[in-house]
Write a protein that binds this ligand. Structure first.
Ligand code: MLT
Length: 235
């Protein structure tokens, strides 16, 4: 049987082999929730970028510049990192260049995998169905916060494992921890996620509605995939 494992933070990714694997990158609050929302609302492609300076070079090339540092929109960017900003009509058919504290970095640090996908509660069911049908072992790569694990990404890892547990072998204690965490919290998922340190941080910026939105389950039936450096809905 194929396996599913979890990496709780990009700082631990070197402990995992990416070769021949499908990696699912997760940053529930809020980067991967924004990516799923944007693509579901018609954004053509989203290019993850590590550095602010490089992102700013993409504006003149026609990209919408998006992202944050420490949860706050970067000066000179067109939009920040709220899933509601990604629903604006003018973004439809546009390309977005995104640079965030953790999420865009985790996508880039997944390079070397056979396939890189993006996961969020917003596309949980579609993603689980895709993974059950796919052929490779799976690694859930949580973006965490500046090298440390976080609660909301770990909850999502557990939720995804729970969805696919009948078809895949749970591999390693990180995956077991995530799954047990989800089992113990699933009846109060939103309330549990809102206790996380990043939720507390974001509440200082008045983003409560973002947090509630990011915890909505299976709102969008899409599975974003990294193709030639850009996240798209494969045709
Ligand atoms: C990140 O990439 O670290 C986050 O998405 C931060 C945020 O909530 O804006």
């Amino acid at each position: 049987m194929r396996s599913i494992e979890v990496c709780f933070t990009p700082d631990l990714i070197r402990q995992h082999s990416l070769k021949e694997k499908t990696v699912v990158v997760v940053d529930i609050f809020r980067a991967t929730s924004c990516i799923v929302t944007g693509l579901a609302h018609g954004v053509k492609a989203i290019k993850p970028i590590a550095e602010i300076e490089e992102t700013l070079l993409h504006g003149p090339k026609g990209y919408v510049m998006a992202g944050e540092r420490g949860g706050v929109v970067v000066e000179g960017f067109d939009i920040g990192n709220s899933p509601f900003e990604y629903q604006q009509d003018y973004l439809a058919s546009r390309k977005v260049a995104i640079s965030t504290t953790n999420g865009s970095q985790a996508v880039l640090k997944s390079q070397g995998a056979s396939e890189i996908l993006v996961g969020a509660f917003l596309n949980l069911e579609a993603l689980a169905m895709y993974l059950v049908e796919s052929k490779r072992d799976i690694l859930i790569h949580c973006a965490g916060w500046k090298g440390t694990p976080n609660l909301e990404d770990s909850l999502f890892a557990g939720a995804l494992i729970d969805e696919v547990a009948e078809s895949l072998t749970i591999s390693g204690d990180s995956a077991l921890i995530a799954h047990q965490l989800f089992i113990s919290a699933h009846e109060n998922l939103l309330a549990t996620a809102l206790k996380s340190s990043h939720a507390e941080r974001l509440k200082n910026f008045g983003t409560e509605q973002d947090l509630v939105f990011c915890m909505e389950e299976s709102k969008y039936a899409i599975v974003p995939k990294l193709i030639e450096g850009e996240l798209v809905i494969p045709t």
